[in-house]
Design a protein around this ligand. Sequence first.
Ligand code: SF4
Ligand code: SF4
Length: 344
Amino acid sequence: MKILKLPKDKLDYFASVVQSFGEVHAPVEQDGKFAFKRLARWSEARLDYDRTILPPKKYFLPPRETLFQFKPGAGYIPFAGDMEKKIVLFGVHACDVYALNILDMVFGGKYPDPYYLERRKNIAIIGVECVPDAQCFCRSMRADFVDHGFDLFFHDIGGYYLTMVGTALGDDMVLATRPLFEDVGAGDIDEYKRRSGEKRKKFQIEVEIRDLPEIFEMEYASAIWNELGEKCLSCGSCSAVCPTCYCFDVADDVQLGTRAGGRTRTWDSCLFATHALVAGGENFRKSRSSRVKFRFYHKQRGFVAEYGRPSCVGCGRCISACPVKIDVIKVLDTLREMQHVVSH
Ligand code: SF4
Ligand code: SF4
C-alpha cells in the first residue's frame, strides 16, 4: 500500500479538488448529533465527530429504493435511480469501513446484489482516524483498523495526515493534487505508531470475543432472552442504526386500476413482529424474546459460522439508540459471567 502525508493546512484545498470526483458528503452537526450529508460548503464538515446517527450503509442500501418498475404492455422497466451518481464520502471511521467490508461479503457473495455493488463502485470512501469514546468497542471487535475497503484513509500524525492509498481511484485523487502530498519518513511512521499506541489506551471497554460462539451455544435456553424480551419494544432502532444490519423487505406497489407500479425494497428489522411472518399466517418468531435472541445469535454466532467473524463492529450506535437501554456490551458481559457461575 502506498503511504504519503498531507499537511493539515492543505486539507481544505484537497477537499476542493476532490469535488471533481463526485458530490462530497461528510458528517455535519445537527442539534449536537452528526449525520452524513451532502456538503453545501466544506466548512460544514465535522471530521472531529464521534459517530453519525445512521452509518454510511444508507448510501449503499438506502432505507427505501425502487428496484424496477412494471407496466402492462411495457413489461419490466429497469430502474437505475441514482445508482450511478458519483459521491465522495469524506470522513468515514474505520469501524464503518469495516462494516462496509462485511456488507461486501453479504452483497457480493453467493447472491450478488447489483444495486449495492453498483453503488459501492461509484461511491468513493475517504476514511479518517477517530478517537474512541465510552461506547466504542471496535478494537475488541477487531474493527479499529482497516487495510482495505477505502480509497484513501487519513491518520492524524500532528501537523500532517499520514495518508494510506487503498485503490487506483485513491491514487487518482492523490495525483490530481500531487504537489500537496509529501513522502513519509521514518519519523512519520514512528509518530503514527506512537499515536496508534496512545489510541489503543483510550478504549474504555474491552470485550473478549474469542469464545463467544461457544458461550452462545451454551446459553441458548438462558433466562436472559426472556428478560430482554420483556424490555424490548420491537422498535427496530438498533437495526436501523447498525452499520452491518442488512435485512430488507421487498414489495410491489401497484397504482390502483392500472396494473402498473414498482418493486421497492425497504429496510426491515428482525426485531419487528412481522419479520418472520410467512404466507399462511405462520410466524416463526412470534415472541419478542425470540426476536431479541435471534438478533444476538445472528450477529455473534451465525455470522461467525458463515463468514468467520461476528458481524458486530463495536460502533456503539445500538447502545445509544435503544430507548430501553438494552446494551450489547452488558448482554455479552452477563453471558460471560454465567459461565463463571457454573464453572466455579
Ligand atoms: S450491533 Fe450495535 S455496536 Fe455492533 S455494529 Fe451493530 S450498532 Fe454497532
Ligand atoms: S432498539 Fe432496543 S427496544 Fe428497540 S428493537 Fe432494538 S433492542 Fe428492542
